[in-house]
Design a protein around this ligand. Sequence first.
Ligand code: CTP
Length: 400
Amino acid sequence: MSLLSGKKILLGITGGIAAYKTPLLVRALIQQSAEVKVVMTPSSKDFVSPLTLSTLSKNPVLSTFTAEDSDNPVWNDHVELGQWADLLLVAPATANTLSSMVHGRCNNLLLAVYLSAKCPVFIAPAMDLDMYAHPSTQENINTLKSFGNHVLPVGEGFLASGLEGKGRMLEPEEMVSKVVSFFNPTLELKGKKVLITAGPTYEAIDPVRFIGNHSSGKMGYALAEVALKMGAAVTLISGPSSEKINHPSLKLIKVVSAEEMLTAVQEFYDSTDIAIAAAAVADFKPKKIASNKLKKESGLAHISLVPTVDILSYMGEKKKKQKLIGFALETENELEHAKGKLSRKNLDGIVLNSLQDPDAGFSVTTNKITFIHADFRAESYPLQSKLECAQRIFEQILTL
Ligand code: CTP
């Protein structure tokens, strides 16, 4: 097979016992016709021989800023290496290297290459279970994800310490298959039209003030990004959000209020194949919008509120061929409330997230979701980036 033909992979190896598997990783990458160069941290050489890696990769292995055994030292240019690569894969990545990557430390060639690299970076952590579970490691992983790196999951099982648990480096074949899918995304949504609502809505009180909520739009934008990667034509109807997105197959419609969001949905819903309501639509709006700024001195005894239109219920009523997915953000009796919304709004699935979960919900880059099907079958996922959550959601939608 040559699924990585023409791809230049820079493999960064750090000093963990899982480094003994890296020759197999190099071989598996080469078998897919990738060109591979290897950069090692000094301590990784205690676990795997540079000669094995240079033989398999057919390229010199680098580990120092200048070529070693030479009277006339040659500069191993980290910038050039970073620019050469189509993808940097750090495997295994020790807890120490993860921490250094988070903090921008640069005391070996691999870290310098990482800081210089403009290509996508994949990181395969490997360590003992308690080190992996430690809050500082988990925080480092989340920070690295927030920098845009792809942190691969760890395997579970027998560890070098003799303990059993989570912390094994992903097996070389699994890593290669992740790299292959990254370069050859499956276009399962090619030809499909996906409509996504995202962000908050703002309901005006007067020309200056509004009723809104803390939604950042991150989840809806992540869904749009994944749908675009899967080949869909996406209409993203977004309330006020500072998220950025740009793609030739994307129509981005910016709205402010629930009413405007509904009008945009009405325009596109009929021709939609998959609709996902990720917006945190304000449930109430002022009965009247004051035409001038309300003055403090005049006082404000109360604001009369009326319900906004329920956009998702509208889509549920008008549903024909569409697959319709809602979100439920709950703080108590989560499953029960989500199932209620699923039935009431005539949905094919609902994504439940709880504000009880730390690092899930508004503003943060991570989320913890449960996907509930129309027959109430539920699939729960651990805390992961909103992009990964979006991937899980589309995996579920494809089973509908
Ligand atoms: N939704 C919508 N229009 C509204 C309110 C909600 O389209 N006016 C959609 C949201 O985008 C989400 C789902 O309905 O997909 C559930 O939203 P949520 O705020 O959790 O529930 P509500 O139906 O508003 O009920 P409650 O606030 O009582 O929990």
